[in-house]
Design a protein around this ligand. Sequence first.
Ligand code: 6PG
Length: 241
Amino acid sequence: MGKPPKLYSFASTDDLVPALRTVGVSGGSLPKTLAKALLAQGDGRAEDGVQFGKWHVFFADERCVPLDHADSNYKLLKDELLDKIPHDLGRPTVFPVDETYLDDVQEMADQYEKVLVSSFAARDSVKLPLFDLLLLGCGPDGHTCSLFPNHPLLRETGAWVLPISDSPKPPAERITLSLPVVCHALKIAFVATGAGKRDIMRKIFDTEEGHTLPCGLVNDGGADKVSWFTDNDAVHGVGFP
Ligand code: 6PG
C-alpha cells in the first residue's frame, strides 16, 4: 500500500503555504473550505497570514460557462476567497480562462494551455509545468479536477490542458489539467470533508480499486507530495495503511 497519507487538519497548513507562487485550484466545495482555513491563518495579523500577494492562481479545471455564471470555478473562488482577502495580505495574480472561447471547448483548453506555457516557461524548454501547489477536490466517484474514472482523458499525455465534453458531473463541457500535469506538481493537497466523502476515502485508502481512480492515481505520488485536508466525518472508520 505504500506510505500512509499525511492527514492535515486546517490548523496545519503552515508547512504548505509559505513561499508559494504558482497555485492551481479546483471547484466544488473546495474554495469555501479553503477560504475558511486560509483566511483564519495568522488571526488577522498581516505578518503571520498567507502572503496572497505572491500567489499566481490558475484553475486546475474550469467549466465552459461565463466567468460570472454560478457554475464558474473562477466566480466561486472569487466570491469565496479572493474578494475576502484583507488588503494588507496582498492581491493574488489570477489567471481565469478566456471567455472568448466558451463555445469551443478544444480551443478553450488550447488557449489555457498557452496561458500556462507563458507562465511556466516555453513548452519546448519544459516537459510539464511545475505547480508549487495544487489544491484539489475529491468527487464521490473518485474524480479529481475534471478527470473522471475510466475516462479516456486519463490516458492523455500529449497536452497540459484537456477538453472534456461528456463530464458526468454537470456542466458537461469543461477543461482540466491532464493527469501528468497534476502528478508533476511539487505538492498536491486534497480537500475532502464531511461524511459524504467517507465512502470514497475508504475506497481510495482501503481497496485495490482505489489505486485506479483518478484521486488514487494522484495519491500514489506518495506522502511527501500528497496531503489530505480532512475532518473526522470524512475519515471515520477509514483503515489507513
Ligand atoms: C469541479 C471540480 C471537481 C470538484 C469535485 C469535488 O469543478 O467540479 O473541480 O473536481 O473538486 O467534484 O467537489 P465537492 O467538494 O463539491 O464534492
